[in-house]
Design a protein around this ligand. Structure first.
Ligand SMILES: Cc1ncc(COP(=O)(O)O)c(C=O)c1O
Length: 390
């Protein structure tokens, strides 16, 4: 047998004609940037989350950067986040000029430990940026309580958690602003790069729209005006509104979801609950079959509806297990081998080994096994047999 860790091709082939046609429809339309296909997907995604505004963008990293910019976060600001995530989470913070402040994760659910957050808050702290890691929901009530108490913004990194629910609701997993990735392997993945920002706040939505297109148009004007009003100043009178893309009010970016990806994502969104259901069934199968093994299986708090972007086991002899799996044709992977506080790029922050014990432990002991929706029963049985013989 040869089983991939993540198999994006089989997802395409399950609905090949429909997905191929989605691409062809855009190619024949001549409508490649912006327009109907992008708007339709934004509306459909907003409805899926019962959220007012969905603003698509180039990828999940941009979704984070645009969100931070829209909240006016930059030099001198501190943002509390987790070290047990993909690099982009903290990279986005640093790339807008702010400082990532790491708080360790819970050893059981791998999400930010809310009990450790308050002692990291100071006058420079502007926001908390938790990650629903692997598809597991963070404790949103606790996070919202802390944000309310200290007047902080809550930005959720939902790159791995499309469809995840907190206390029964998808919307409950969103902060004031939420950031999604549609990287091909993600729960909702396109055939290239893609991202989305969700918010219920009209001004934040307008600012994200402005920053993603070079700070231009009415959104750019409005965001600049809001900026002056927030610092109790009037906008200089020589700045006038021009509703076109050649008047730029802010230094922004070029970050667009292209129409081909948008149309594909619209079609795939019809299947997302099916995909999630299958991922959860696969995880249930592993939980039962490996529950009494020498491996630690994922723990899920009652409030979390886990979507299993990643199903990770823990083992003392991780490398040996992964080698054994490989020798039997089963791919596995490590997410993530280096916790962010120990990444060379964040050396300037001055963290050292031992500062985030749980993240460091998980980085050394967890490994992901295949859990993607298209796995069949024979493959699942085979994986379990291989693991149980290690
Ligand atoms: C937690 C997390 N945040 C952000 C990102 C960035 O998303 P993208 O690769 O679409 O830029 C990813 C993607 O892997 C991720 O897993």
């Amino acid at each position: 047998m040869n089983i991939e860790l993540m198999d994006v091709k089989s997802q395409h082939f399950a609905h090949k004609e429909e997905f191929d046609n989605a691409v062809l429809e855009v190619l024949s339309s001549g409508n490649y940037i912006g327009g109907k296909f992008v708007k339709d997907f934004e509306d459909k995604f907003a409805t899926y989350y019962d959220c007012k505004y969905a603003i698509s963008c180039g990828n999940g990293t941009d979704a984070l950067v645009l969100s931070l910019k829209a909240l006016n976060i930059g030099n001198g600001d501190e943002i509390i986040t987790t070290p047990f995530t993909f690099f982009a989470t903290a990279e986005a913070i640093a790339s807008v000029g702010a400082k990532p402040v790491f708080v360790d994760v819970n050893i059981d659910d791998f999400c930010i430990d809310c009990n450790l957050i308050e002692k990291k808050i100071n006058k420079k702290t502007k926001a908390i940026l938790p990650v629903h890691i692997y598809g597991q929901s963070c404790d949103m009530d606790r996070l919202k309580e802390i944000c309310d108490k200290y007047s902080l913004k809550l930005i959720t990194d939902c790159a791995q958690s499309t469809g995840t629910r907190y206390k029964g609701s998808r919307k409950n997993t969103l902060g004031e602003i939420a950031c999604f990735s549609f990287f091909p392997t993600k729960i909702l993945g396109c055939d290239g790069d893609g991202g989305m920002v969700l918010t219920d706040d009209e001004n934040i939505a307008s600012a994200v729209r402005a920053y993603k297109i070079h700070g231009s148009n009415i959104d750019g004007f409005k965001t600049l005006k809001n900026y002056y009003s927030n610092i109790n100043k009037t906008m200089p009178s020589n700045i006038e509104l021009h509703e076109d893309k050649y008047h730029n009010y802010l230094i922004g970016y070029n970050s667009r979801l292209d129409a081909i990806q948008a149309n594909l994502l619209s079609k795939k969104l019809d299947y997302i609950d099916e995909y999630i259901d299958k991922r959860r069934k696969n995880a249930d199968y592993y939980n039962v079959a490996l529950g009494n093994s020498k491996f630690t299986i994922p723990k899920v708090p009652n409030y979390s509806f886990h979507t299993y972007y990643i199903y990770a086991l823990q083992a003392n002899n991780r490398n040996e297990c992964m080698m054994k799996l490989k020798s039997k044709g089963v791919a596995s992977g490590v997410y993530y081998p280096v916790p962010l506080h120990l990444q060379p790029a964040f050396n300037y922050l001055g963290y050292k080994i031992g500062d985030m014990p749980n993240s460091e432990f998980l980085s050394l002991h967890t490994f992901a096994i295949p859990v993607y929706p298209e796995l069949n029963n024979q493959e699942l049985e085979y994986i379990v047999n291989v693991i149980n013989c290690i």
